[in-house]
Design a protein around this ligand. Structure first.
Ligand code: NCD
Length: 333
């Protein structure tokens, strides 16, 4: 729900910087954005997904020109990462800073939660310091939903348990759209530990909403129960998933979510499901490879494949900042 108290767009070039022509999306800023929080991509229509990707492209251009925006000037963005993160945390920090916000780390795990204070109580207390947006990564699926119901700040889900990772799905969609063109009718194979992957779940929502067909491949326990998802096919073999695929997304085995208990050995996994150049030949020629990172090189994918010309892993990381700029500025409308 849109908060009527929200200020209209302040998506303007920084007053102290070079005055630039406004991005196209700025003209639409007053038409608003109907969502106060980003909890998962399933809350977004296809048009909203595309609006977010289009705005990210504009944000990337502005950033490349080293222009700072004042969209979030005077606002404080709090980063509450209760699980390890490298790419996501840094790109949220850079995105918020590029929009003119002050950024603070909310040391949730290290502080009151460890003393028994609930997540909600801690966020409520910290919010009183003037934080307007909380970027939350939490091991418990659903934690950002609880936070969104309980605090007044905007909540951005930066990954909750095995449930959702909406900004990763958005940056993956942007990376794929730029590599393949419109995703309608494209076959995207997702390979690996799907069952424990918040990236896979969010990608299934966004890629199918954008018109792609998603094929899943991995050990039986990890693809179980996904047959019911509209637009998603559980492949009988890696070969079926990769055959004529337009793009392949590899996933990390989530040992921290006890994926190891369902697997005989990493070596067995690699033998059956690991991706290398030879296996990628099953897909269309030149088919790009994505991976959200961090990679277990030699397990899900070989080091050669990760650094090959097919690999879009670096592009995914680079797209993380403009996507998060787009999300933060859309939520502030
Ligand atoms: C993913 C995550 O944390 O869910 N990584 C990321 O955000 N770049 C995937 C993973 O950890 O395997």
């Amino acid at each position: 729900m849109r908060d009527p108290a929200e200020t209209p767009s302040r998506h303007r070039p920084d007053a102290g910087g070079v005055v630039v022509s406004l991005p196209i999306a700025d003209a639409e800023a007053t038409t608003g954005w109907p969502h106060r929080h980003l909890l998962d991509v399933d809350q977004l229509t296809r048009a909203e997904l595309e609006q977010c990707l289009d705005l990210a492209v504009e944000m990337r251009e502005l950033r490349n020109r080293r222009e700072t925006l004042s969209t979030l000037r005077g606002e404080v963005v709090g980063l509450a990462f209760c699980e390890p993160s490298t790419r996501t945390r840094v790109s949220f920090e850079l995105a918020a800073t590029a929009l003119g916000a002050q950024v603070v780390d909310l040391p949730i795990e290290a502080s009151s939660v460890a003393k028994g204070e609930s997540l909600v109580d801690t966020l409520r207390a910290l919010e009183r310091t003037g934080i307007s947006t909380i970027v939350l990564r939490h091991p418990m699926g659903g934690a950002p939903y609880l936070a969104a119901r309980s605090v007044g700040a905007r909540i951005v889900n930066a990954g909750d348990g095995a449930h959702a990772h909406p900004t990763q799905a958005l940056l993956d969609a942007l990376t794929l759209r730029e590599a393949l063109g419109p995703l309608d009718g494209k076959k995207i194979a997702i390979v690996g530990d799907i069952g424990h992957s918040r990236v896979a779940r969010s990608n299934m929502h966004s890629l199918t909403a954008l018109g792609a067909s998603v094929w899943l491949a991995g050990p039986t326990d990890w693809v179980h129960g996904f047959d019911d998802w509209p637009g998603v096919t559980v492949a009988h073999s890696l070969e079926d998933a990769l055959a004529d695929a337009d793009a392949v997304v590899a996933l990390r085995i989530q040992l921290e979510r006890e994926a190891g208990g369902e697997m005989r050995s990493l070596r067995d996994y690699t033998t059956q499901w690991g991706l290398d150049e030879g296996r990628m030949e099953l897909a269309r020629p030149g088919t790009p490879l994505l991976h959200p990172g961090p990679t277990n090189e030699g397990v899900e994918i070989t080091a050669e494949l990760a650094t090959s010309s097919r690999s879009l892993i670096g592009t995914q990381v680079a797209n993380g900042v403009p996507i998060r700029m787009a999300v933060l500025s859309l939520l502030a409308r």
